[in-house]
Design a protein around this ligand. Sequence first.
Ligand code: HEC
Ligand code: HEC
Ligand code: HEC
Ligand code: HEC
Ligand code: HEC
Ligand code: HEC
Length: 463
Amino acid sequence: MDSSLRKLLPWFTVMGLLVGALIVAAFYKDQFREWKIWQRVHIKQELARAVSDAQREAALRIPVEIRQIVLPDLRRVDRCITCHLTVEDPSYAGFKQPLAYHPDHAQHPIEKFGCTICHQGQGRATTREAAHGHVEHWEQPMLAMQYIESACAKCHLPSDVPNAPKLARGRVLFDDLGCIGCHKLQGVGGVIGPELDGVGARHGAEWLGKHFRNPAAITSGSAMPPIKVGEQDIEALTLYMLSFTGERLSDYYVSMKTIPGADAGRRLFTEKGCMACHSLAGVGGKIGPALDEVAKRRDTKWIIEHFRNPQAVNPGSIMPRFDLTEQEMRALTEFLLTKTDPNIVGFLRIPALMTPIQRGQAVFKKYGCAGCHGAGGMGGVPNPNAKTAQQVPSLKFVADSYTKDELKKRVLNGQREIPSLNPKGPPPPLYMPPWRGRIAEGELGDLVVYLMSLMPKEEKVTF
Ligand code: HEC
Ligand code: HEC
Ligand code: HEC
Ligand code: HEC
Ligand code: HEC
Ligand code: HEC
């Protein structure tokens, strides 16, 4: 052997040993991959539960392998079940994670929904850290469980999902606090703040919570007033914001929130033969009540429950139980409601209310006037440096200073320039937006009746 080669021999030996060690290390690392450990725990558990040889053999045959759900329509591949192996096995109810049974998944079959559409996180990853999304460069960490209901609104109407009370609360607060007065959502609303579509993808829960408590501390000079509600309601509002992810899902997934219009209802009304027993505008049968003004007697919830099972709502009713889908029930309800009152806009939003004052109150809410003028118009939010006590004025006494027609004009025209208290200071951040072209004529009539009614009776001066 060449002498120089001989000199290298010890090095070859060292290298050989090193490579060997690396192979052994890789083997162990592979054996003890986190997910393999959980799969073995699962097999052990199955073995412990086996009561026959056949069951024992079946347990031993469970392969140790990556498992995944391929969801082309959701553009995802979710491997969460590589560790969360028993989500569909009720005998694992209450078992330690990740081997616990998943509650309530009957409505959302795992092979169609996977996991990340609700939980977020990184579907393809096979380590816990990465899958749960607590790693750098991954935009969507797993949703904290306290906000999980925000996911429901991707596919359901927030006001219309059973089992999502926090989401429903967020929606109610959004309406009551008049956020829409300053913000657009799905093309509707004010122009003073940014559009809120997609805001859940722009900001996390922590930012949102802090911003609600004191907007100006987060965005300096913000015109948004601090939102004065309790901690639970801040959480509900935050959860509701997180639901605006801007994701677009295919028809099947969003079928629960596409409310078919009144036209679909009209078609069904004819097809299903409702006219045999009910009349509209004097045409049709007399076995059941005329339905022209049904919305004055019944609300949407009652009507839907009644479709589901007339006898459960009205014992002894002879109205047949039609085999209607959720969608068909909604379409029929929408149709019946708009028949009663053309002012009703949107399913489950402005219900058919009886008096013009009540309808006007709903219009006040729909356009978010409360966001600036306070609940019931009773006192506005801060408007620094505005002459009117540095706040947006209450609307309590408009009946004193305006006629109906003047008030209509005032609302339609808005007011861009707000007189300053100190002309040298910065101008007041809030102004009255013009509502022309945004509020329908019928709505405006009701709104003005409502505003006029705000003045307490005993304070009305008669000359
Ligand atoms: C490598 C194994 C592994 C993978 C892959 C994995 N998980 Fe987990 N998961 C665990 C373990 C272990 C726990 C229990 C410990 C913990 O809470 O972190 C857990 C807990 C959870 C919890 C409860 C957390 C809580 O705050 O109560 C949720 C929700 C969850 N996983 C969802 C997912 C989703 C969604 C995926 C897929 C994107 C996923 N997991 C992928 C191992 C895994
Ligand atoms: C339709 C939405 C949805 C889908 C899809 C979904 N989950 Fe969940 N998950 C939830 C909700 C809601 C809860 C809370 C249930 C409760 O507390 O009653 C939950 C609870 C959990 C928990 C327990 C968390 C805890 O704190 O106890 C784990 C773990 C989990 N899910 C993992 C998964 C995995 C893995 C998948 C996919 C196989 C999945 N989820 C699919 C909505 C979903
Ligand atoms: C990716 C879309 C999607 C998400 C996210 C989602 N759902 Fe659903 N959900 C559906 C669809 C689609 C159906 C109808 C399934 C069917 O019947 O084929 C449904 C059905 C239901 C039903 C039964 C129908 C009803 O109205 O009684 C309930 C309850 C329900 N979902 C609650 C929830 C809750 C709670 C959440 C959030 C934790 C949630 N869903 C998240 C799409 C979704
Ligand atoms: C008087 C007008 C006004 C009202 C009422 C109002 N906001 Fe705002 N909002 C703004 C302005 C102006 C901004 C932009 C400055 C800032 O970030 O604070 C903003 C910012 C936001 C942002 C951050 C948007 C982004 O893309 O960064 C969110 C989220 C938000 N508002 C939610 C709400 C909610 C929810 C309500 C009702 C509880 C509400 N706002 C009521 C004026 C308003
Ligand atoms: C065989 C006759 C019959 C048919 C067909 C029928 N109904 Fe009825 N319906 C009744 C009777 C009787 C009542 C009153 C008792 C009750 O409330 O169940 C009623 C009540 C109602 C009510 C409540 C009215 C109120 O003011 O309380 C609604 C809404 C309604 N029906 C809608 C429909 C629709 C929509 C269809 C078609 C899909 C339909 N009905 C088909 C007999 C019928
Ligand atoms: C972005 C905040 C904002 C929103 C939203 C808003 N307003 Fe105003 N409004 C104002 C400001 C600011 C003024 C002018 C106050 C002043 O002169 O200082 C005003 C003035 C008015 C006035 C005149 C009050 C008076 O005493 O002369 C009426 C009436 C009024 N608003 C009604 C409404 C109605 C109805 C809505 C909902 C459709 C609405 N406003 C929505 C900010 C708002």
